[in-house]
Design a binder for this molecule. Sequence first.
Ligand SMILES: Nc1nc2c(ncn2[C@@H]2O[C@H](COP(=O)(O)OP(=O)(O)OP(=O)(O)O)[C@@H](O)[C@H]2O)c(=O)[nH]1
Ligand SMILES: [Mg+2]
Length: 264
Amino acid sequence: MDEPQTVYFTGTAGAGKTNLVTAFRNYLKTSGYDATVLNLDPGNESPDLAPDVDIREWVRLSEVMEEHELGPNGAQVAAADMIALKVFDVKQALSEFRSDYLLVDTPGQIELFAFREASRAIVDALSGERSLITFLFDPALAKTPNGFVSLLLLSATVEFRFRLPTVNVLTKTDLVVPERLEEILGWSDEPGRLYDAVTRDVATPDLALSTELFRAMEALAPLATLIPTSARSGVGLENLYRQFQQSFSGGDDLEPSHSPEERE
Ligand SMILES: Nc1nc2c(ncn2[C@@H]2O[C@H](COP(=O)(O)OP(=O)(O)OP(=O)(O)O)[C@@H](O)[C@H]2O)c(=O)[nH]1
Ligand SMILES: [Mg+2]
């Protein structure tokens, strides 16, 4: 059997990674596809995720903090290195599951995950031919032009670090009023609108910086496409699935591993 298509869910702390992994797994299941969930967050205490393979079996943030007398961030740094040493065990545990998809939940602190060499080694070791990264835009941060640009640059950094195709996703859209949603999606569709918004947003615009940023944003425009989703309402999950398929195989649908009659 082919190796699974792997999707890493990344984003700033609280962006909605764990909830989106859970919602997307349920969506895949009701659509007739299997998904294995891997939790790579040693600090994940969410009772809802119920991962098939959990890094906490080998590395737990609370234990790292206690044993090494570290604070949460120091412990995340130490844990990233410990996880890299356990990647063989993780692969071994994953090999017990034969699914169409592997969904990977990642640690909350994006800079600790994205900027560490250890994480690169983990992602390299786990990624097969067909792997991609989703970068989650939290509407609480993406709602201002300034915040949106910062997330765009962070997403580009994640893509640059991991060198995997990156899909940008707006989360928690059930919390966003329609006008605001339209505005945010407008920034993602048209860099010109974003530029106007950014320059309006800055009280004393530093024109040189704005101009350079705009150039960077134009270059990043293909990356700016945002898929609006809500883990709570299920909005956008089908669209997300289509986007992944497009990225993996030029749009071809996977054959469901179960026939529709087999579904419960
Ligand atoms: N209304 C609403 N709330 C959401 C949605 N997704 C996540 N949340 C809430 O946002 C908060 C963070 O969600 P998580 O899924 O834990 O986010 P995370 O990125 O995994 O967080 P960390 O792993 O702690 O960085 C929680 O309080 C969730 O209930 C959504 O689609 N709609
Ligand atoms: Mg989480």
